[in-house]
Design a protein around this ligand. Structure first.
Ligand SMILES: C[S@@+](CC[C@H](N)C(=O)[O-])C[C@H]1O[C@@H](n2cnc3c(N)ncnc32)[C@H](O)[C@@H]1O
Length: 345
């Protein structure tokens, strides 16, 4: 499990707020509820897949049927690659990197809108991969590779990108308040960075194995009533507790790269509590009776107790884990869907 987890962690989408590191513990707890021998029959649903680590690890542990959803296109791209079984050809990547600068096509050169964060050669490599003129079967892998290449220039997934106050490499190297050396070294070593990325991304396909994945990029409120789930189900429900806009801000660069224009921010009109409650309730309300579900809460604008009150409307707890000892410590739980659900707005 540890080796598989390490492989999948290197291939997942890096994401601020991901619960990836707790996934093995969550799966161990679930295996005590439903032994892994019975997972072949299971449908694993992730309403907020984010990094995609959890559905990937379920698939690597014998689950054959996945429903993967996230409102954000960067997670759909990750899912399309991880569950699409099309490895990236390193020869193709090397040829694209070697080729003369492609003529500008319909797209805006990425540097024209991403220059506050990405140096021009970083953007050029992104464009060569993301907009490569290749057969459709190769596009998802190259696009995910391009996104992972660009995300690698963030300080960390949690800290995000530094603003480039200059594009003069010498000035950057001498700047003392920000250490630009890792950034510049990544760019200088782009060929070896790329081959390590290709190796890591392709390795994940080897451990995930044959899985039927239905992949969506929708608000969970919309998708939940449309899923016709049958048989045993395990669902993960982990929307943000501070409202959707935090993801718009954190991911503004990656979403802009994928949209080929700088995206404006938008503010959700619901309060964070209403946002979270409506989404969690919609997902849980539509689960079949008897389904198990994993929920996470208490680390945003809602306390653990407030979260738990909502979960308990839809099921009975089978396992609870808290991350700290205080009454308000965040945590996660696995519940079984029971028939005591209340219709919430
Ligand atoms: C706290 S993150 C965790 C994701 C995932 N469990 C992980 O560990 O990577 C929440 C995720 O919910 C997604 N999200 C936000 N609003 C959503 C919505 N209305 N419907 C579906 N997904 C949403 C975000 O894009 C983000 O990937």
């Amino acid at each position: 499990m540890k080796r598989t987890f390490d492989i999948l962690q290197r291939a997942m989408l890096p994401l601020d707020g991901t619960i990836a590191r707790w996934v093995p513990e969550i799966m161990d707890a679930y295996a005590r509820i439903r032994p892994t021998g019975a997972w072949r029959e299971l449908t694993m649903v992730d309403f907020t897949a984010g990094s995609c680590l959890m559905p990937a690890l379920f698939a690597a542990s014998g689950v054959r049927q996945l429903v993967v959803n996230d409102y954000a296109p960067r997670s759909k791209l990750a899912a399309d690659f991880l569950f699409g079984r099309q490895p990236i050809s390193l020869r193709r990547v090397e040829a694209l990197l070697r080729s003369r600068r492609p003529k500008p096509r319909v797209h805006v050169p990425t540097f024209h809108f991403a220059c506050d964060y990405l140096l021009e050669p970083v953007c050029e490599i992104f464009d060569r991969l993301y907009y490569a003129d290749v057969p459709a079967s190769e596009r998802t892998g190259l696009r995910y590779l391009a996104v992972r290449w660009a995300l690698g220039f963030a300080r960390t997934a949690e800290e995000g990108f530094e603003i480039l106050y200059t594009h003069d490499i010498r000035q950057l190297a001498q700047t003392s308040d920000v250490d630009w050396h890792p950034y510049l070294a990544r760019l200088r070593r782009y060929r070896s960075v790329m081959s390590a990325l290709v190796r890591d991304l392709n390795a994940s396909l080897g451990v995930i194995g044959p899985v039927r994945a239905s992949i969506h990029c929708a608000d969970m409120v919309e998708i939940a009533p449309k899923l016709r789930l049958k048989g045993p189900v395990f669902a993960a429900v982990n929307p943000p507790t501070r409202g959707l806009d935090e993801y718009t801000i954190d991911d503004q660069l990656v979403h802009s790269l994928m949209s080929n224009r700088w995206l404006p921010l938008s503010k959700v009109s619901e309060s964070p509590m209403a946002f979270w409650t409506r989404r969690v309730s919609a997902a849980l309300k539509h689960l079949p009776l008897g389904a198990e579900f994993m929920v996470w809460g208490g680390d945003g604008s809602m306390h653990w107790r407030e979260c738990f009150q909502i979960w308990a409307l839809f099921g009975e707890p089978l396992h609870i884990s808290r991350l700290g000892s205080g009454e308000d410590a965040a945590g996660w739980a696995i519940l079984r869907r029971t028939g005591n659900g209340v219709e919430l707005q």
